[in-house]
Design a protein around this ligand. Structure first.
Ligand code: PGA
Length: 253
């Protein structure tokens, strides 16, 4: 670990009713204390955001959304805008998760529009990238990451990107129980940092947080966090229960 402040983020995906989300958020708040070297965030479903935001007030847990649209308002049935997320209490927004890319037609271009919009509204984007199993087998991991970073961050300057968080999530490790080895994670994270260095300079590359995601559990977080370029985790399944998520949050350095 570097002196970058870690972020442990929970992606609740399409789980939990409002009442369930409120209960789990309360349980989490009871289990965690503010810590100098790490931040915490949870991303419940849209419908639970406003209520969960009330629970998180005064706690060290920040609120994020799992997606958003790039227009502020208009005839876009079913979509949610940045001002709406802010009014519901969000400070963060996950953008370009592989499930959005895979099932809902997100492209590098739509991801880019959303990242630009997040910055325009002072929302902190958690920008997800990662290769499929087939791409890894074909030795395309680096070229895929290069394309996702280059296109996802086009039209942005290093000044815009100060708060950007990247989440490296190899698709083959998401929800499968197959975690990348610490070496695979470190290699990808170092490569992503080198891409940021090349495009935006070393100051930004050194300060930018890069999270790992894909089957993170209480029993593998310590070794992942020991890697020099791993600055936190984006956790799906193991974030759904406050006790397992708080154990991940309390990883040992
Ligand atoms: P997982 O999901 O922890 O259940 O693998 C991670 C994610 O999709 O962000």
């Amino acid at each position: 670990m570097s002196d970058r402040k870690a972020l442990i983020a929970g992606n609740w995906k399409m789980y939990k009713t409002c009442a369930e989300a409120v209960d789990e958020a309360k349980a989490l708040v009871d289990l965690v204390q503010p810590m100098d070297d790490r931040e915490i965030m949870i991303a419940p479903t849209y419908t639970a955001l406003a209520q969960v935001s009330e629970v998180l007030k005064g706690s060290p847990v920040a609120l994020g959304a799992q997606n958003m649209f790039w227009e502020n308002e208009g005839a876009f049935t079913g979509e949610i805008s940045a001002p709406m997320l802010i009014s519901a209490g969000c400070s963060h927004v996950i953008i370009g998760h592989s499930e959005r890319r895979q099932y809902f037609g997100e492209t590098d271009d739509t991801v880019n529009k959303k990242i630009v919009t997040a910055f325009n509204h002072d929302l902190i984007p958690v920008f997800c990238i990662g290769e499929s199993e087939q791409e890894r087998d074909l030795n395309q991991t680096f070229s895929i990451l290069d394309k996702q970073v280059t296109k996802g961050l086009s039209n942005l300057s290093s000044k815009d990107l100060e708060t950007l968080i990247i989440a490296y999530e190899p698709i083959w490790a998401i929800g499968t129980g197959k975690t990348a080895t610490t070496e695979q994670a470190q290699e990808a994270h170092r490569f992503i940092r080198s891409l940021i260095d090349k495009a935006f300079g070393s100051e930004l590359a050194q300060s930018m947080r890069i999270l790992y995601g894909g089957s993170v559990k209480p029993d593998n977080i310590d070794e992942l966090m020991a890697m020099p370029d791993v600055d936190g985790a984006l956790v799906g399944g193991a974030s759904l229960k406050a006790d397992s998520f708080s154990n991940i949050i309390k990883y040992n350095r």
